[in-house]
Design a protein around this ligand. Structure first.
Ligand SMILES: Cc1cc2nc3c(=O)[nH]c(=O)nc-3n(C[C@H](O)[C@H](O)[C@H](O)COP(=O)(O)O)c2cc1C
Length: 320
């Protein structure tokens, strides 16, 4: 059973990847998407989207980082995929799920799910351009407006030479609204031979079990659930081995947030860290009731230093 950490634009950057893969529970993670619109991107852009490229495309704990590309021009996608592979990306992944209006207007992401032939053309060009030993993978939703082309899209991807496919069990129109339609993944899986990874709406160990059963998939990708409960991946991995893992305490999460601020400051990203902590707190509210009240104070904070003070105050309060 393989566990993947989902790509999440604007949230799962190299710092979050380092944190969420710290215990080795994930088998791989994925960069935020690199948008391919009008050129062969310079090397530095690849290194920026994946600073771990300087560490053999692995997070500090040794978890491989796959490179995700988004775009629709077959030639440009092929050239950039080749460059990524030659720079050492262990896997090239293609985004066919992004619901963003701007991205879709430029024919990137989920809008392509309306045209399996176009998807086929993009992936054939990419497969031909990257070295044979570098896998090409794709991530799709069940469709754009409806699910009628889900199987055709998966078949097009398989025919184009994709090695494995991750399916987020919702259409573009369904956005992130629960439920995720895991049983639809099983319908698609029945029709293709490539490995399928199921994704969407897994927040707890029980969700994982339900998803695995409904989707008929062993391999699972976690996104928001891993951010809300950074122990979820280990809980899933351990229960597969017959072990039980507790969810970390709120106090341990406060220490995790301090670690994250320090990590971003050390990398010169001070401007973002307070905002990133607020974003993280929104997810923590799913797993930790204490985060609800704490967020009310944190949301007013503007700087990293003020955020550190607030978190340290909360730690002191809990320790007394
Ligand atoms: C803030 C945010 C950013 C995302 N960015 C990406 C992305 O860059 N590429 C991608 O393929 N999916 C992206 N997704 C979709 C997730 O990878 C995942 O498919 C989705 O959140 C469902 O899984 P979950 O319920 O486990 O979060 C994003 C989702 C969110 C909420």
């Amino acid at each position: 059973m393989k566990l993947a950490l989902a790509p999440m634009e604007g949230l799962i950057d190299e710092h979050m990847r380092a944190f969420l893969t710290r215990d080795g529970a994930f088998d791989h993670c994925v960069t935020e998407f690199l948008r391919i619109s009008d050129q062969l991107l310079p090397h530095r852009v690849f290194h920026r989207i994946c600073p771990e490229s300087g560490n053999d495309w692995k997070t500090p704990s040794g978890t491989p980082v796959h490179l995700q590309l988004l775009g629709s021009d077959p030639e440009l996608m092929a050239q950039n995929a080749r460059r990524g592979a030659l720079l050492g990306a262990p896997v090239i992944d293609v985004n066919f799920g992004c619901p963003s209006k701007t991205v879709n207007q430029n024919r990137g992401g989920s809008v392509l799910l309306q045209d399996p032939e176009e998807i086929y053309g993009i992936l054939v060009a990419m497969r031909a351009a990257i070295p044979a030993h570098v896998p090409l993978t794709a991530k799709m939703r069940l469709g754009y407006e409806d699910k009628s082309q889900a199987i055709d899209n998966a078949l097009a991807m398989e025919a184009a030479g994709v090695d494995s496919l991750c399916i987020h069990a919702r259409t573009k129109v369904e956005g992130y609204k629960p439920p995720a339609h895991w049983h639809w993944i099983a319908k698609v899986k029945e029709q293709v031979r490539i490995p399928i990874t199921a994704n969407g709406e897994i927040w707890t160990l029980q969700d994982y079990k339900n998803c695995q059963q409904a989707s008929d998939c062993n391999d699972i990708m976690l996104g928001r659930g891993a951010v809300a409960n950074p122990d979820l991946a280990m809980q899933i991995k351990n229960q597969a081995n017959g072990k039980e893992t507790q969810t970390g305490s709120w106090l341990s999460r406060l220490h995790d947030m301090l670690w994250m601020i320090q990590e971003t400051i050390d990398c010169g990203n001070t401007k973002f860290s307070a905002g990133r902590i607020k974003q993280w707190l929104v997810y923590f509210q799913k797993s930790y009731p204490q985060a609800i009240e704490f967020f009310q104070e944190a949301k007013r904070i503007k700087t990293s230093l003020q955020m550190i003070e607030l978190i340290e105050r909360e730690i002191t309060r809990l320790n007394h």
